[in-house]
Design a protein around this ligand. Sequence first.
Ligand code: ADP
Ligand code: MG
Length: 356
Amino acid sequence: PRPHPTFRVRPLTCTETRRGDQQVVHSLGDGAVHVSAARHDATFGFSAVFDAGASQEAVFEGSGMRQLVELAMDGFSCTVFAFGQTGSGKTYTLMGPLGQSDTQPASPALLGLMQRSFTCLLEQSRSRASDLALSASYLEIYNEQVRDLLSPGPPCALPLRWSKSRGFYVENQLSVEFESLEAIVSLLLQGSQRRRTSAHALNRHSSRSHALLTIHVRSRAVSAHPAPGQGWGAQGLSAGASACPSKQGTLCFVDLAGSERVKETGSSGELSVEANSINRSLLALGHCISLLAKPRGKRTHVPYRDSKLTRLLARSLGGSGITLMVACISPSSRCLSETLSTLHYASRARRVTTRP
Ligand code: ADP
Ligand code: MG
C-alpha cells in the first residue's frame, strides 16, 4: 500500500482576514486542490482534501486514521505525520486547540486525530477478544537532540542507536503503560507542555521541535486453555496466553516543526539556530522521500542517517510501515510559496511504496 497524502486547508485566521489576505487555495472536491494567484494557476490531486469547513471528526473519518488504528492493533507499524509551514494547522489537526491553551479543556468536537485515535484504540481493545497491553513513549527532536518528554526532570539528550534486529531506536526511552483515555490524554498534555516552543512572527506558540508520540500495542490472543499445571486464576490465564503468538504494533504520531524561511519569521540568534536545524532535518526528510519515490530498480542509497528525524522515521517511510501523511496549509496569499512547496513535497511522497 501507499501512504495516503491527506491535505487540509485551514480557514483564514482573524489576523489574516484583518490585514486583507486573499484566499488562494480552494478545494475542488474529489481530492483536487486548486491554487490560483497572480502568476500561479495549478491543480493538484490527493487521496483526500479537507477544506476550511471540515470538522476534526471529518478529518479523522475521511483520512483513513481509523483503519490505521486498527492496523496497529493487528501488529503493523503505523505512522501519521503532519507537515507544512509554521502556523498551517499541524498541531491543531493532531491535538486540537489543546496544543495552545492549557487552562481550559478543549470541547470534544475540537479534539484532534490523536485523542480520537486513543478513544478508538481503547474502545477496540475492550471489544476485541484479546488481552492488550498499551504503553506510550513521547520524544522530541530539538536542535538535533532526542529528548524524552515523559521522564521527569530537565530534558536530557538520549542516544539514538542502531541494531540489526530493532533498526534505529532510542536508548533509555521511557515507556509508560496506560489503560484509560484520561491516562493517555494526561501523558500527552504533560509531554506537550515540556515541548520546546518559542513565539515568533507567524505563530505565537510555534513548536520548535519535531515531536513523536508512539503508542505500543502488544496483544496476546487469550488462550481458552490454561497452560498445563496452571489453574484458571489471573496468573494461570496470563501464563496460558503467553504461549499464543503475540503481536506488537505501533502507532506513531509525528508533529513536525514547521518549515519556514528565517527571513519571514523574524528569527535571529538562538531562533535562527533552531530554524536552521529544523530546516536541515526537513530537507533530509524531503530528500529521503524523493529517493524513495523512485522505482525500486533506479533507487540509490537512501540517506536515513542524515538526520535524527529520518533515522527515527526510517521504518515507517521506506520499510515495513504504513504511513498517513497530512499536509497542512494556510490558504493565505502570503503563504503561497510555502504552500506550493508543501504541495510538491506531498505529491512526491505519494509515490512512495512500502511493504508492511
Ligand atoms: P502549526 O502547528 O502548523 O504551527 P497550529 O496548529 O498551531 O499550526 O495552528 C495555527 C493557528 O491556526 C492556531 O491558532 C490554530 O488554532 C488555528 N487553526 C489551525 N487549523 C485550524 C482549523 N482547521 N480550524 C480553525 N483554526 C485552525
Ligand atoms: Mg505546531
